[in-house]
Design a protein around this ligand. Structure first.
Ligand SMILES: Nc1nc2c(ncn2[C@@H]2O[C@H](COP(=O)(O)OP(=O)(O)OP(=O)(O)O)[C@@H](O)[C@H]2O)c(=O)[nH]1
Ligand SMILES: [Mg+2]
Length: 330
């Protein structure tokens, strides 16, 4: 029987995936349970959600009593969204972080160089996307923190080493290892409808080091022996080939729009600091980003943008478009 999940449920699920603290996770699990249509087709999901909620509560309590945060290290989310760089050792994850952001990770010609996740901010036009470099994954090694980062990411970049004859086998090792966990890579992001613990994150395949000798031949072998459905971006993180196309695709995968704000007393909007909100988001959601109190205090709002006449008065449920300028009246 189909679960017929509502848009509200899917929104809560998306927020759950993005939660950066155990408190937030619990909060969104509770919303998911509340929004879950109750019928035979959702019995299993209902039970799973309840189980997850008790587990989250337990973890929260334990975390509090021992002073430890459940799940270990948590990086705060910043910018328009988060893409996580994963792959086998030596594939060039740290080099890619260094090339797309101003971060200065350690890059080395030997494997297992990176030990801890490291963030950096990637500029795209007037916004930033957070990239996170991670320790390598092999058939034997997968850091739990990396797994958590994959689950919570908006996008995964799965790197492959085209400079090594072991590149394809190493990639297979990464895929096999993830296949034994409940953290999976997909062509899009979703939580399994029957099993909320099984989380798929949208993934791009990124064959790297196309500048290396014989790299083009290895790319052909990759397509022949390890065909994957992910969108593919062939790059050289070192020389820069393909990086601007990848940068663009990363931003677009965040699926957000930019909104600029203007004070009623000022003529010009603040073009320096756009707010980003997922496609389909409403004015009320933008207001909430600006200040939590705005949601309850908002009296009216005006919008300048491509989809409305300049200065149109709108309500909180107005769906914002990219580059809208909004003026909030409280
Ligand atoms: N030729 C070439 N070499 C590259 C490229 N990208 C990275 N490298 C080299 O590959 C080696 C590994 O790069 P890293 O960025 O440290 O690889 P990593 O995936 O972070 O490695 P771990 O942290 O050990 O998992 C370094 O010697 C880099 O200089 C590239 O596009 N072309
Ligand atoms: Mg590294």
């Amino acid at each position: 029987m189909p679960a017929n999940l509502t848009p509200q449920y899917h929104k809560a699920e998306q927020e759950y995936r993005r939660a950066t603290s155990p408190e937030e996770e619990l909060e969104w699990l509770q919303v998911m349970l509340r929004e879950l249509p109750k019928h035979k087709g959702t019995d299993k999901l209902n039970a799973e959600l309840k189980q997850k909620i008790s587990k989250a509560k337990r973890e929260l309590q334990q975390g509090r009593s021992t002073g430890r945060r459940g799940g270990g290290l948590r990086l705060p989310r910043q910018g328009a969204g988060r893409a996580v760089l994963i792959g086998a050792p030596n594939t060039g994850k740290s080099q890619l972080l260094g090339s797309l952001t101003r971060a200065t990770p350690e890059i080395a010609p030997y494997p297992f160089c990176t030990r801890e996740p490291q963030p950096g901010m990637m500029p795209w036009e007037d916004v930033m996307v957070q990239l996170v470099d991670t320790p390598p994954i092999t058939r034997d090694v997968l850091d739990p923190a990396t797994q958590g980062l994959i689950r919570g990411a908006d996008l995964v970049l799965l790197l492959v080493d085209l400079a090594s004859d072991d590149g394809i086998d190493d990639l297979q090792g990464v895929l096999d290892h993830l296949g034994t966990t409940r953290t999976r890579l997909g062509t899009e992001s979703y939580v399994d409808e029957q099993d909320v613990g099984l989380v798929y994150t949208q993934t791009f395949l990124v064959p790297n080091k196309i500048d290396a000798p014989d790299a083009a031949d290895r790319l052909e072998l990759l397509h022949e022996f390890c065909p994957l459905e992910f969108r593919e971006f062939v790059i050289s993180a070192l020389s820069g080939t393909g990086l601007e196309t990848l940068r663009d695709a990363i931003y677009r995968a965040m699926d957000v729009v930019r909104v600029y704000t203007k004070l009623p007393t000022q003529k010009e909007p603040d073009y320096d600091r756009p707010y980003t909100i997922r496609q389909g988001g409403t004015l009320l959601e933008v207001a909430e980003l600006i200040h939590k109190d705005f949601v309850t205090q908002l009296k009216s709002a005006r919008v300048w943008g491509s989809q409305v006449h300049d200065g149109t008065y709108v309500k909180g449920d107005y769906v914002v478009h990219d580059k809208d300028v909004i003026e909030l009246h409280i």
